[in-house]
Design a protein around this ligand. Structure first.
Ligand code: FES
Length: 156
């Protein structure tokens, strides 16, 4: 097993900052057109020494284990950062102790990065901002293409 897999497994065994944040100052939601996964990130700011910094960050993910592990790491790293500092974090920095992602997993980290950017300034491509009371699950259901299932009997 690779070093990355060991670290991802450890992060997944106790993911941090999972869940909605009802009193958040901003929220960003991004869906991946590649795999259909979604990440939503909430940010709460506070004043520290005259600067507006991130006090708390939380997330929900309907995504692969890598996206969850990266979101857990990223939300821990964001505490105490200004919006500008958070926005300038490189993808490899957001992954924290996980280190650089394997090539096949890079888009999973980008999902988290874009959810953060969307929460910070709305610059990342995102699904519409959640309406009050809307959950990530209901967002996903809305994102599904409309239409009915057509059942075609097999010829015997
Ligand atoms: Fe979709 Fe990782 S496979 S976020």
């Amino acid at each position: 097993m690779s070093d990355f897999e060991d670290k991802a497994r450890a992060a997944l065994s106790n993911p941090q900052n999972v869940g909605e944040m009802p009193d958040a100052d901003s929220v960003g939601t991004v869906g991946s057109p590649d795999c259909g996964d979604m990440v939503r990130m909430w940010l709460k700011f506070t004043d520290k020494d005259g600067k507006k910094v991130i006090d708390r960050a939380s997330f929900q993910a309907f995504g692969c284990q890598t996206a969850i592990a990266v979101a857990s790491m990223a939300t821990q790293l964001l505490k105490g950062k200004t919006a500008e500092e958070a926005a300038s974090l490189k993808p490899d920095e957001l992954t924290g102790d996980l280190g650089p992602l394997p090539p096949m997993k890079i888009h999973c980290g980008q999902l988290v990065e874009n959810a953060l950017k969307n929460a910070l300034d709305g610059s990342a491509p995102a699904t519409p901002a959640p309406a009050s009371g809307e959950t990530l699950a209901s967002s996903i259901n809305q994102a599904k293409p409309k239409g009915s299932i057509r059942i075609v009997p097999l010829e015997s």
